[in-house]
Design a protein around this ligand. Structure first.
Ligand code: NAD
Length: 321
């Protein structure tokens, strides 16, 4: 079995390889070649932790495995990241473990890659203003990946906790773009592409704040009860997702679906757009919304890329199991 550590993942996997891996696996999901198994997530009654598994099999890429991990709220006090995860890959021919891969950095990369895939395929080509809602750990990864998809000339942002906005400003400046903090009306009025990446349980963005032609990538809602945008905004948009089953149960669409405002058939797999079998944006004044719920196959795809790159560079450690 090979071991690829967190540190090695950071050295060998870049945004471009994560993007390619995620775009490809979304395509494989849409053809039915790759599928996710049901997600397990449990409060374990110790250390206030939420722990679980995301798993799946990509028959096209021959990637079988799981991401195991969760959220330990006390970790920050110990100098550790609250979100902790590790990916395990197995040989699909024999069931033997093939690799153990650090999952923390890869989770941020694969989540940013997902919204970036949505921007590539759904945002207007002339998008100039990138709007950020959320300024936590993931937000910087999201901004960097988004900035590679369109010729943005500035970034605007809002966060519930304004003291965190400096992360957005520093990241924008680092990629050579000016940043301005705005209120939510200003964000909706000016942004061509909006990424939301928060832990919110109440709608932040309202239907009447969003202009025609905007692309939204809603990335924070990955659990029952979370919500970043009004259900009416989901109804007004042409909606795409990584996986419909997750979108209506734990994703941003859970509220509009639960209230009977949209049906499963109203939601399109982003992979079908990647494959060219279903249309993406069909007009410049359409609002498009990508509900990025986060699927296990994304984790397996980037972990598999990490193993390949680490082996090439002689950085994977081999152990007998
Ligand atoms: P973080 O803890 O570093 O930051 C949390 C962000 O949410 C901050 O901007 C904070 O100000 C904001 N926030 C917190 N409570 C809020 C509230 N009640 N209303 C509005 N905003 C609030 O977290 P992070 O690592 O940046 O992750 C952000 C979110 O993304 C988390 O909810 C996480 O579960 C989710 N996530 C989703 C995926 C996916 O694949 N879809 C992957 C990773 C993380």
């Amino acid at each position: 079995m090979l071991i690829v550590t967190e540190e090695v993942c950071q050295r060998v996997v870049d945004r471009s390889s994560a993007f390619d891996a995620v775009e490809k696996v979304f395509g494989a999901m849409a053809t039915g070649d790759a599928y996710n198994f049901p997600v397990i997530r449990e409060a374990i009654g110790h250390a206030d932790a939420l722990y679980g598994f995301k798993s799946g099999f990509d028959r096209a890429g021959l990637t079988l495995g799981l991401k195991s991990g969760g959220y330990w709220p006390g970790n920050a006090d110990r100098g550790l990241t609250n979100h902790q995860s590790t990916v395990f890959l197995f040989n699909p021919d024999t069931g033997q473990p093939s690799a153990m891969v650090g999952g923390n950095y890869l989770t941020a990369l694969r989540t940013a890659a997902a919204s970036s895939v949505s921007i590539k395929h759904l945002a207007r080509k002339d998008a100039k203003v990138l709007g950020m809602v959320g300024a936590g750990h993931q937000s910087a990864f999201q901004m960097r990946a988004a900035a590679e998809q369109r010729d943005f000339d500035r970034v605007i942002g809002w966060n519930l906790h304004p003291e965190m906005l400096s992360r957005l400003e520093e990241t924008a400046n680092d990629i050579g773009l000016p940043f301005e903090a705005v209120d939510l009306d200003g964000l909706g009025a000016e942004a061509d592409v909006i990424i939301s990446i928060t832990s919110s349980f109440d709608p932040i963005l309202k239907r009447n704040q969003i202009r025609p032609g905007t692309h939204l990538a809603c990335m924070g809602t990955d659990t029952r009860g979370k919500q970043e945008v009004e259900a009416e905004l989901v109804v007004a948009a042409k909606v795409f997702t990584d996986e419909v089953a997750q979108s209506i149960s734990i994703g941003e669409c859970q509220h509009a679906f639960g209230s009977g405002l949209i049906a499963e058939a109203d939601i399109t797999d982003i992979g079908a757009v990647v494959n060219g079998t279903k249309p993406g944006r069909t007009s410049d004044d359409q609002i498009t919304l990508f509900d990025g719920t986060g699927v296990g196959l994304q984790d397996l795809a980037v972990a598999s890329a990490a193993v390949e790159l680490a082996v090439k560079q002689g950085l994977a450690v081999s152990v007998e199991v």
